[in-house]
Design a binder for this molecule. Structure first.
Ligand code: DLL
Length: 433
């Protein structure tokens, strides 16, 4: 078990981390040049060869890869090893266009599960723990990734997958689950259901949760921690790079350490592609320096966040990414103003509403409209119109000062917004543009 807290790597000096990255990057670029004609062509078009990449300082010379490239190269165009050496595929839940299909060798699976094992250990997990994995299993990477990590740590693993909320709660209680892995929106839903069953935080054996796969606010973290009586840790990842575990939170709960021995992170200006200094917000770009089957160089994630190299109280030295604010592609532009769903969530939760909301955007008479439908809690629920109007007005003002634009607010009855067992659908954009 101790193998998965690896201070010699996770707490290594910057020089050592850079040396690891330099060596692996040079090797990876050569591997891609030799085995992935799609990317070799991109390098040739950019006028570079593997000889131009002598260390991670040369990373910026490499061309970017985007989701459009992944679609164009679908399904095998970016695979870097013979198919007989691949043992698995996973795929994104994307609803538009072609799905992304990622390939893994056994080495890639081991590396991925090791990243998830590090995340579980950073959340305080040991082989004494019972870990319930309530992320979906199957093509989605959440279930398989955390399941593998949990095995590596030696936790007793309960592979419930998502759904069947009553059974989830029964297993947590009967089998004394101490760690819960699922999306934050599902964790909130489980908490709500437990409350309805009359369960208090002290009736639930859980001590930690490892929640990710979607953006969630600090306010939502506090709500989940209070309802379940746990510490809630963030975990980040994407199918293209393996799945969950690209980065994870530690005891400091302030940003996620990126597994820098496997991935090099950069932040770029999404418009110009220029690399931005630490601390500045922009689009996150990753280079996987260890993967064999699906080795992506400079992959643009579309996730918006910043990086921090400030000293962390946990002792880990790997760079931290701050909670992603959202994605460049789910950032809404409403009447010319950039709006992230997470900003709206912050306002709602700060005012005591649950994280059950939906954002409806439309265009009426050539003007964008923003309607935020928010569920009231049972305690707030009333048929007193004056009270509802006052509540709506308060939210409209809160949203105006956060976003700088006016939104409509509709308060709806408790439990009227569909709950999600996986990633929540927060935005309905009806504009035909
Ligand atoms: O969501 C992998 C995952 C599973 C991560 C379980 C964490 C836990 P995809 O379905 O390919 O993979 O979606 C990847 O989800 O680019 C982000 O936009 C978003 N995302 C993932 N984790 C977080 C997070 C999985 N902690 C896309 N915070 C990414 C914010 C997240 N967004």
């Amino acid at each position: 078990m101790e193998r998965y807290y690896q201070p010699e790597i996770e707490c290594a000096s910057r020089e050592k981390i850079k040396a690891i990255q330099d060596e692996k990057l040079v090797r990876q670029v050569k591997h891609v040049w030799d085995n992935v004609p799609y990317y070799r062509k991109k390098m040739e078009e950019a006028g570079i060869t593997p000889d131009d990449i002598r260390s991670s300082d040369d990373l910026h010379k490499l061309p970017f890869l985007s989701k459009a490239d992944l679609r164009e190269a679908y399904p095998y165009g970016l695979v870097g090893v013979p198919l007989k050496d691949c043992v698995r595929i996973q795929s994104t839940s994307g609803t538009t266009g072609k799905r992304v299909v990622a390939f893994y060798t056994q080495h890639d699976i081991d590396l991925w599960e090791e990243c998830c094992a590090r995340a579980i250990m950073a959340a305080g997990g040991t082989n004494e723990d019972v870990c319930q994995v309530s992320y979906g299993y199957g093509l989605f990477t959440g279930g398989p990734g955390l399941n593998g990590g949990s095995h590596k740590v030696g936790c007793l693993t309960i592979p419930t997958s998502s759904g069947n909320t009553e059974r989830q709660i029964m297993f947590i209680r009967d089998l004394n689950a101490t760690i819960l892995c699922c999306t934050p929106s599902y964790a909130a839903y489980l908490g709500e259901s437990m409350k309805e069953m009359g369960l208090k935080p002290e009736d639930i054996p859980l001590k930690a949760g490892i929640f990710g796969a979607e953006a969630w606010s600090e306010e939502m973290r506090h709500d989940i921690e209070n309802t379940l009586g746990i510490k809630a840790y963030d975990i980040y990842g994407l199918t293209e790079l393996s799945g969950p575990g690209v980065s994870f939170e530690c005891s400091a709960q302030s940003g996620m350490h990126i597994n820098e021995d496997h991935f090099i992170a950069e932040i770029i200006d999404p418009e110009s592609g220029e690399v931005l200094p630490d601390g500045e917000q922009g689009e996150l770009v990753f280079t996987s320096i260890d993967k064999e089957a699906f080795p992506l160089l400079r992959y643009r994630t579309r996730d918006v966040c910043s990086l921090s190299r400030e000293k962390c109280s946990c002792g880990r030295t790997h760079v931290k990414m701050m909670k992603p604010k959202g994605r460049t592609d789910d950032m809404l532009i409403i009447r010319g103003v950039n709006v992230f769903p997470s900003q709206i969530e912050t306002v709602l939760l700060n005012k005591g509403y649950p994280a059950n909301y939906q954002i409806v955007v439309d265009r009426v008479n050539n003007t964008d409209t923003l309607d935020v439908q928010v569920e009231m809690t049972q305690e707030m629920f009333t048929d007193n119109l004056g009270e509802i109007t006052a509540r709506q007005r308060e939210l409209i003002e809160g949203l105006k000062s956060m976003l700088g634009i006016k939104a409509q607010v509709t308060l709806v009855a408790p439990k009227s917004i569909t709950r999600s067992e996986g990633k929540a659908v927060r935005v309905i954009d009806k504009r035909k543009i």
